[in-house]
Design a protein around this ligand. Structure first.
Ligand code: RB5
Length: 153
């Protein structure tokens, strides 16, 4: 699948690692910047990534800033983007499996490249289970989240 990757200067130290992991897992990275450690504004990069998801240019995204917080808040303002900070592998796969998370956020000032590799791998290897038999409760919960999204304009 195509995976959009974006970051601000705070997240930049993790970007190449993430791109390599996406490729190694057999997916196609779409590098939306930033391209240096020069200071930029994280909402601009959250928007680029969110647009890629909305336009269908990417199925999932990995978004990074210093803490992951600003990136996460900005990304979740965009319809169709379901982002969460995951600094552990359990959240990274369960967020997809149960909550249909499509954007993984991480803070490069919080975790280093080795945990990030495992987290991205867990995220990419997971799929939403809500449509599987016996797992309908997850689809029900996700549809309630979609309703909140629709009603909160
Ligand atoms: C940038 O200095 C920093 O504020 C940003 O990367 C991020 O951590 C915000 O949440």
């Amino acid at each position: 699948m195509k995976v959009a990757i974006a970051c601000d200067h705070g997240g930049f130290p993790l970007k190449e690692t993430v791109i390599e992991v996406v490729r190694a897992a057999g997916h196609e990275p779409l590098d939306l910047g930033t391209h240096s450690a020069e200071s930029v504004d994280y909402p601009d990069f959250a928007e680029k990534l969110g647009r890629a998801i909305q336009n269908g240019d990417a199925e999932r995204g990995v978004l990074m800033c210093g803490s992951g917080v600003g990136a996460n808040i900005a990304a979740n303002k965009m319809n169709g983007v379901y982002a969460a900070i995951c600094h552990d592998t359990y959240s990274a796969h369960q967020g997809v499996e149960h909550d249909d998370m499509n954007v993984l956020c991480m803070g490069a000032r919080i975790i280093g490249p080795e945990p990030a590799k495992e987290i991205v791998t867990a995220f990419l290897g997971a799929r939403f289970v809500g449509n599987d038999s016996g797992e309908e409760r997850h689809a029900r919960r996700v549809s309630k989240v979609r309703k909140l999204e629709e009603e909160s304009v």
